[in-house]
Design a protein around this ligand. Structure first.
Ligand code: PAN
Ligand code: ZN
Length: 197
């Protein structure tokens, strides 16, 4: 007989963006993603301090298609050179799995791209509900000066594929320019692939 999963709830902490109980907590520092930033000298200069860039509080539910994964991401304010702090970014392992992001605090940008190289971005502020459709890789960027927090929900079996973003990068980088953000073409996007061709 199938075991019936019991209903439960989780508390969102409005001040910090954390969850209670905290579930599975993932913390990412600069050293976990140092090759993803544009300015390697700025990376080297910051690596001693190795700043905490973001944390993800994951409610623990089974990773299968019956369930819905849900979590909060707390993305701290800061820059590496003039590039804003960001998440690693990923495709879903099952690439046609969509996702919903709901911004709770701060401000940021959700950047997305497809394997064909199509690019899209959405501004996020408290109240923004953003839809990441199937097939789009997604990364968030804190473009403000306070913590940027959003809630995410996605199919239980989606999984995370970081590999392609690690090797290809994103089409555009989000940089500070004249006290605003600017989307700048990433010169190393697909560079490794081109070299190999
Ligand atoms: C989000 C992300 C979270 C951290 O929950 O996993 O914001 O970003 P990275 O996974 O790219 O490090 C999500 O999109 N889940 O599918
Ligand atoms: Zn995702």
């Amino acid at each position: 007989m199938t075991k019936i999963f019991q209903p439960f709830s989780t508390m969102y902490e409005f001040d910090s963006g954390a969850l209670n109980p905290q579930g599975k907590l993932i913390s990412r520092r600069l050293s976990d993603m140092s090759s993803m930033y544009q300015d390697s000298e700025a990376v080297q200069a910051l690596l001693n301090d190795n700043p905490l860039i973001y944390e993800v509080y994951n409610v623990e539910v089974p990773e299968n298609e019956e369930h819905i994964q849900h979590c909060t991401t707390i993305l701290y304010p800061g820059k590496v050179g003039s590039e804003f702090f960001m998440t690693k970014g990923h495709y879903h392992e099952i690439i046609n799995r969509a996702e919903i992001y709901f911004c709770l605090k701060g401000k940021g940008l959700l950047i997305m791209q497809t394997k064909e190289g199509e690019f899209s971005s959405l501004e996020m502020e408290p109240g923004t509900i953003a839809y990441v459709p199937p097939y789009w890789a997604h990364r968030t960027v804190n473009t403000g000066d306070e913590t940027f927090v959003f809630f995410a929900a996605y199919p239980g079996d989606a999984g995370h594929d970081y590999g392609l973003i690690e090797t290809e990068g994103f089409v555009k980088a989000v940089m500070e320019q004249a006290e605003k953000y600017a989307l700048v073409a990433n010169p190393s996007y697909r560079k490794e692939n081109e070299i190999g061709e």
